[in-house]
Design a protein around this ligand. Structure first.
Ligand code: GUN
Length: 291
């Protein structure tokens, strides 16, 4: 079994992006700028957004976090988004989800200018993705594709089983894998799938993205399969200083003994999500400077 090391690939990508930032600086151009909008005080979101900011800075990007109280109205948030849409110093921005219940996440994602939508969540970018057109692709599925590419894992002709059909991971990933440059045969499983094991046991590549800790067990996995774990849940653990431990959707100890490659949690897809967000920000910046 070989670990697919998100930490190593994130460092490589930061190095590549830093070189590009330096090359632009030599031409007198400002660095790329990424803004994250955070509404409310969700603990996991705070951690993700801080990590995105820290890694942006490591590339030499400018980055900032805009924080708002959970009581912010949808209209006020749309106003803030309009300001970011019109700010020529901002190349890309994200609105971290989950959002408070009184705000429609899709209305918010659709208020983001498509050419600054580095999370790829708005309807125009989603539509372009389904047609195989150039677009901003959501960072987690893009990060999974990048990780497979960097480890030279072939997807063409392979049977990929995706577990979970969320808007931001499972569904876009199933599309990416089926497009002509990946050429996989894709099965998208979800909560209503019957005999899930029957599908996963046939998979060359399994992507677990359902958000249920330690769901995928060894008896569900074919010998020599490739296993990608997207889950990252906080489990109460009194023995830890912060009171919790992180768990993926895969029962790592038993599955890792059976598969050819596996991603760890933490240190796998979470870091690849950040890597792809940074690459998307560079893409937004390039589009601006090349026009
Ligand atoms: N919440 C969980 N993952 C993500 C992500 O990739 N982007 C945003 N904006 N919110 C998230």
């Amino acid at each position: 079994m070989q670990l697919l090391d998100g930490k190593k690939i994130l460092s490589e990508i930061i190095e590549e992006l830093s070189e590009q930032v330096k090359a632009h600086a030599l031409k007198g151009q400002r660095p790329p700028c990424l803004v994250a909008v955070l509404v409310g005080d969700d603990g996991a979101s705070q951690t993700y957004v801080s990590s995105k900011e820290k890694n942006s800075a490591a590339c030499g990007f400018t980055s900032r976090i805009l924080r708002f109280e959970a009581s912010l109205t949808q209209e006020q948030l749309i106003n803030e988004i309009e300001k970011l849409n019109n700010d020529i110093e901002v190349d890309g921005f994200i609105v971290q989800s989950p959002l408070p219940k009184h705000i429609s996440a899709q209305k918010i994602f659709d208020a983001i200018a498509p050419d600054k939508d580095v999370d790829g969540f708005n309807t125009l970018n989603t539509g372009k993705l389904t047609k195989g057109m150039d677009s901003f692709v959501p960072a987690t599925p893009l990060g999974i594709m990048e990780l497979l590419k960097r480890y030279k894992i072939e997807t063409s002709g392979k049977h990929c089983v995706v577990i979970g059909r969320s808007d931001i991971v499972g569904r876009p990933l199933s599309i990416l894998l089926s497009l002509p440059n990946a050429n996989a045969t894709v099965t998208l499983c979800h909560s209503r799938t019957k005999n899930l094991e029957q599908h996963t046991l046939q998979a060359d590549i399994i992507i677990a993205a359902l958000g249920q800790p330690e769901f995928l067990k060894a008896h569900m996995v074919k010998e020599g399969a490739i296993v990608i774990d997207v889950g990252i849940s906080r489990i109460d653990d009194a023995s830890k200083k912060n009171g919790f431990r992180l768990s993926g959707d895969v029962k790592f100890d038993e599955v890792s003994a059976k598969c050819a490659y596996i991603t760890p949690v933490p240190g796998g897809i979470g870091l690849m999500t950040i890597a792809s967000l940074l690459q998307n920000t560079m893409k937004a910046y390039h589009a601006k400077f090349e026009n």
